[in-house]
Ligand binder design. Sequence first.
Ligand SMILES: *Cc1c(COP(=O)(O)O)cnc(C)c1O
Length: 690
Amino acid sequence: MTTREKLDALSGNMWWSWSPKARTLFEQLNPLIYAQTDNNPKAALAAADEDVLDDAEFQSDVDSVYDEFQTYMDQEPHFDDAPRTAYFCMEYGLHESMQLYSGGLGVLAGDHTKAASDLGLPFTAVGMFLREGYFHQSFDADGWQQATYKPLNPDHHPVTPVTDENGDRLIIDVHAGEQPIHVRAWKLNLGRTDLYLLDTDFDANPTELRKLTRRLYQGGNQQRIRQEVVLGIAGLRLLRELGIESDVYHANEGHCAFLMLELLRERLEQGELRVEAEQWVRDHCVFTTHTPVPAGHDRFSPDLFAKEMNTFRESLGLSVDELMKYGRVHPGDHSEPFTMTVLGLKMARASNGVSKLNGHVARQQWEGMYPDRELDDVPIGSITNGVHLPTWTCQPARDFLADHLGGDWLDKRHEEDAWHALADLDDEVLWQYRTMLRTRLHDYINTKVRTQSLPMTPELDPDALTIGFARRFATYKRAPLIFSDLERARALFSQADRPVHLIYAGKAHPADDGGKRFIQRIFEISKQDGFEGNVIFLENYDMEIGRMLVSGSDVWLNNPRRPLEASGTSGQKIAAHGGLNLSVLDGWWPEGFDGDTGKGKNGWAIGPQPSGDYGTEDPAVQDREDAASLYEQLENSVIPTFYDRDAYGVPTEWVNMMREVMTGLPAPFSAKRMVIDYVNRMYLPEPVES
Ligand SMILES: *Cc1c(COP(=O)(O)O)cnc(C)c1O
């Protein structure tokens, strides 16, 4: 094969999204085009510099990455007997060049699918071909967020049209009321798994239906229910047309739960009794709920549901009330809306939240569905999220880990023992590692701000404590909490001998003015004395900014209003890079943190231990108490520990904390561990303890 052919093959499989070496090759082909297209390999290859292609050293790099890819594709599967799994999700965060995600749910689904590929599972994923996806963030002169959309060009992505046996585009029909929605699909190669993306944006559909697969989370409830019909019902029909058989169907969050009604329809069509059909569906479906915010669940009024689902309902031969009962907490209440999460919970043999605390909150939230049960017996378990380390660990960190853990560290990353060798590293070695990664982040920030619309003038000191805060700017995440007491905050950032940098990134949903005001406030603060140069907002948070921040930050700050963070995964991404968490004990952190409150051996807690009883706290009191605790930790512990140096300039206690983190957190909070748990506890018909 020629170099170009090998690059062509590599660009055709998003395996490159977790191979930094592969990505570097594409960048070298045309750095300008690569950067302009959000790091898109196919776009760079189409505009490749011939001199680079002819370069002998480059060619040999291509050979070795190509061999690595082949070896990956040919690996033995981890399980001999894994069930064939169909996985459905509204969004997928795979790489910054493909805006099929808005935040944590998408990134989690991407990481789940990638880990399924690593494990060689028989696994097929289904999602939406969101041509405009989520928005690109910029700002006006007042620091007010602006949203623009860059349409995705299929030629520049490893997707191929799905066709029937005659080579014609396969079209699936579903209905919005009486009106047909024509759905076609694209197949995306993601390592050893396939991701099918559903698309209504073509000329067989009128404009309003074409829009269904353009953008994430836009439009009203009518648009939403139609999108969910496409995802759940057309998604399953597509798998049937393709002859892809599954032993288990995993609905990741409520958006896709209509797949369960389509399974029910299939059984009824074959003449099964309704009770038998329901049991069959329940025996073959599992469901994950991520949403502790009551308003975050999709709910459809009886009128809208009856109208939009009419054709489908008739094909089931059920009355409106009979169909509605699958989505009602109280089936007899004719005014109750249809809730997608209720459908998921009712029709799955097993359901889970995404951290232990989130599982508990979900049991509280849905207790009313199970009037005969005690709270602890509500059938919702938990599998704590993890992150796909090959995606989130930067190349310099990979090199460091390979040097100290052995070249096969990625294969063993889900085993805690595999990380223990890091405990023996010298203080200086660990501190150099941290300094190298922080410096790399600073270089990135200095370059990045030059091209952004929001003016920023970083004055970064390579040895200064660098705190990262990046996530969706949903208001419950309280991004500006640290500025609650502006003078106390100013004092933190104004100590000449103990500089502190705080780097922000994040998008507010286009309809969320509260979130936009948070960004605007941070922008205004970033221009004030004491903060200027130290408080930086990086615009257009995406997976590239995410990778940089989680690798370079010394501290990862997370201060959501508990218990609204279902898991949060960004804090898990920092562990292999030796970053420390400073976080409210919400989501995954109560499981990761090894202390009680305040300072532990592996990080810090903001505020008290979880009480187990939620919904009773006064948010204003919570905000005040958490802010006070955050200041206390920073003033008395985080900053002093960072600047408490030995004779060689190394902060020995800090480095000890890094050791705890790097040996203890990456394995249990890896997506590989998570997907193995899903197989053992959810996908296999009889759960096994791993
Ligand atoms: C990891 C990640 C998220 C999710 O992290 P949270 O901690 O849940 O906010 C969201 N967006 C991007 C770009 C990420 O990398």
